[in-house]
Design a protein around this ligand. Structure first.
Ligand SMILES: Nc1ncnc2c1ncn2[C@@H]1O[C@H](COP(=O)(O)OP(=O)(O)OP(=O)(O)O)[C@@H](O)[C@H]1O
Ligand SMILES: [Mg+2]
Length: 348
């Protein structure tokens, strides 16, 4: 897949705050790229810089190999859908969608509006005003408006955060469908990791104005490159240890377990709660500890086990596997097991 957007060495300051620090990113044609990061990590600033609303102190922004840094926002083949949708309250749905088509002749513009209305399945509501629509419908109008002028790149800043859970799922599927159908690239910002994992072709995790990891959802989730990413995307039990020859890890106060080969030295062992099992069926690695809590959560149980050196680890166990676990009571000594391939080794 070829490159659509290339951002290199981008620095954006807001007064004394460095919102983006020597930031680089490459987005491919026809991809849904999801940006994840804590509040204040620079996600909105990045979208604003790409769209032309924030002025970089340094760096390059290229679209299709062309430097767009000097172009004003309306000349860039980029559109933004904001969190608040920013629909014009006095205009009908159709007029809102037509807004970005000024300059197109009347007949082509109204044909394009009809096409967009069909795309987001709002043909019947073309003459309503935004206050006569549900949140999800407003969201679809905002999307249609963003897509109408056929931008090469659509930027979406937390587009689903104002929707309730059911509508979120529906709109999420809709977004994925639209993106496939149109072949437009999307960069989408979200705080919701489930959303990131299910929607993204690739995920970029930001921290303090920098990109700390980029990869497919599975690459980032299964192979985080730092403790920060392991804990930001999903949850992880972290135990300090020493990687020895032969892929074994010595965990102080707990003994030695089998992991994967790597450079010998201090490491952090990260274990995803769903890769651990109560009992001995989880794999060759075993530790015993005291069960301190079990919590029912619908599709799974979450257990907490205190290890002999004092650390607590969490285990998420599907109820299908839960028979043994269900028989253990808090206070009992239990075994936790897992296989070597569940071990994620991180720099200390
Ligand atoms: N107009 C501004 N003036 C001064 N500082 C700003 C301005 N806009 C953003 N900042 C600062 O720049 C940093 C990055 O902000 P940004 O809005 O890009 O974060 P974000 O990742 O979008 O956060 P959130 O998830 O809360 O939306 C923050 O420290 C923020 O306080
Ligand atoms: Mg933001």
């Amino acid at each position: 897949m070829s490159e659509l957007l290339r951002v290199a060495g981008l620095t954006v300051r807001h007064g004394a705050t460095v919102a983006l620090d020597d930031f680089s990113l490459s987005v491919r044609r026809d991809e849904l790229f999801v940006l994840l990061g804590a509040s204040g990590s620079g996600k909105t600033t990045l979208l604003r810089a790409i769209a032309g609303f924030a002025l970089p102190a340094a760096g390059k922004i290229e679209l299709n190999g062309q430097d767009i840094a000097a172009l004003p926002p309306h000349r860039r083949p980029v559109n933004t859908v904001f969190q608040s949708y920013a629909l014009f309250p006095h205009m009908t749905v159709a007029a809102n969608i037509a807004f970005g088509l000024r300059g197109m002749d009347r007949a082509s513009a109204s044909a394009r509006v009809r096409e967009m209305l069909a795309l987001v399945r709002l043909e019947a509501l073309a003459d309503r005003r935004p206050h006569e629509l549900s949140g999800g419908q407003q969201q679809r109008v905002a999307l249609a408006r963003g897509l109408a002028p056929r931008p090469a790149l659509l930027l979406l800043d937390e587009p689903l955060s104002a929707l309730d859970r059911a509508l979120r799922t529906e709109t999420r599927d809709e977004l994925v469908r639209l993106r496939r159908q149109l072949g437009t690239s999307f960069i989408l910002v979200t705080h919701d990791q489930q959303e990131a994992l299910t929607m993204a072709d690739r995920i970029g995790v930001m921290r303090d104005g920098r990109m700390v990891q980029v990869g497919t959802p599975a690459e980032v989730y299964e192979g985080p490159n730092s403790r920060f990413v392991a804990e930001f995307l999903g949850s992880a039990n972290i135990l300090p240890g020493m990687l020895l020859a032969g892929g074994r890890v010595d965990l102080p106060g707990l003994g030695t377990i089998a992991a994967t080969e790597g450079v010998a030295g201090p490491v952090l062992l990260a274990l995803r709660p769903e890769r651990l099992r109560l009992g001995e069926a989880g794999g060759i690695n075993r530790l015993s500890g005291v069960l301190t809590a079990s919590m029912y959560a619908g599709e799974a149980m979450t257990h907490t086990v205190r290890l002999p050196q004092g650390a607590e680890i969490r285990i998420t166990q599907s109820l299908r596997d839960g028979l043994l676990a269900a028989r253990s009571e808090p206070g009992e000594v239990v075994t936790v097991s897992w296989s070597p391939d569940a071990c994620i080794l991180l720099p200390p």
